[in-house]
Design a protein around this ligand. Structure first.
Ligand code: MN
Length: 256
């Protein structure tokens, strides 16, 4: 490590300790009331509700400790989609949660805010023109970054029971892969729009991202607290054996 790199790490550490760099929590609470994404049986099937079962709680089952065991889908709540989750991504030997390269998981974030468009039209789509407009204002998308879409529907969709939500068009995902993003994230239940089964290809975010060995992030929260550029995003899945995805504690490092 050069002295420059040592200085960078030291500055990061000092910034975290002094609070000049804040950690934004971008995960929702994972538990029995967590809203889950659902696919039709023809697309992906259903995952069961999250269950938390007590092993002991300083009681006759174990007087010294409280601990639980969980029943939880890999794709429950705020979670990571590994390439292996899509049929198109199954060929990647490094595409499961146990083989994914952790160097890719911590990266700068670009945040696109489509909340205004979504307030009028919850099922709206993110298209190439939206990304080009973003680039015109904010500069080029750095290679290897997370590209995060903020719909503002995270809280509302849960509260209202309206599960229509936006997602990218196939062309938009192709464009972002050309820009070499490491992955696409969304504050919605899925990286794909709610009517993505009708698109060509069906579920284009899943199909195209994972075919290209890129990642997905779904059910992110608090994206409004991130700058448009300049945050570092951390999205680390559990190292699940042959896993197709994993709940994550998504976090962003942002300047105070
Ligand atoms: Mn998923």
């Amino acid at each position: 490590m050069t002295s420059n790199q040592q200085q960078t790490i030291a500055s990061l550490g000092a910034g975290l300790l002094t609070g000049q760099i804040c950690v934004v929590d971008c995960s929702s609470i994972l538990g029995p009331s967590t809203t889950l994404q659902h696919f039709g049986a023809q697309s992906g099937g259903q995952q069961p509700a999250v269950e938390i079962h007590k092993i002991s709680e300083y009681d006759e089952d174990g007087p010294f400790f409280a601990w639980n065991w969980l029943k939880v889908g890999e794709h429950a709540g705020t979670h990571f989609d590994a390439p292996h989750t899509a049929e198109s991504g199954r060929q990647h030997p490094d595409g499961s949660t146990e083989t994914v390269d952790p160097q890719k998981l911590i990266a700068p974030a670009c945040v696109i805010d489509v909340s205004q468009k979504c307030a009028e039209q919850p099922g709206c789509l993110l298209d190439v023109s939206d990304v080009e407009a973003w680039e015109a204002s904010n500069g080029p998308i750095p290679s290897g970054c997370w590209f995060l879409m903020r719909s503002g529907l995270d809280a509302r969709s849960v509260a209202s029971g309206d599960d229509r939500h936006p997602g990218p068009t196939a062309d938009c995902i192709r464009y972002l892969i050309e820009k070499d993003i490491v992955g696409f994230g969304s504050d919605c239940l899925s990286t794909d729009a709610s009517d993505a089964d009708q698109m060509e290809p069906p579920y284009p975010a899943h199909h195209l991202l994972h075919a290209a060995n890129r990642f997905g992030l779904a059910s992110l929260e608090n994206l409004e607290r991130l700058p448009v550029t300049g945050a570092i995003f951390i999205a680390a899945p559990l190292k699940l054996c042959n896993g197709t995805g994993s709940p994550i504690r998504a976090m962003a490092l942002v300047p105070a």
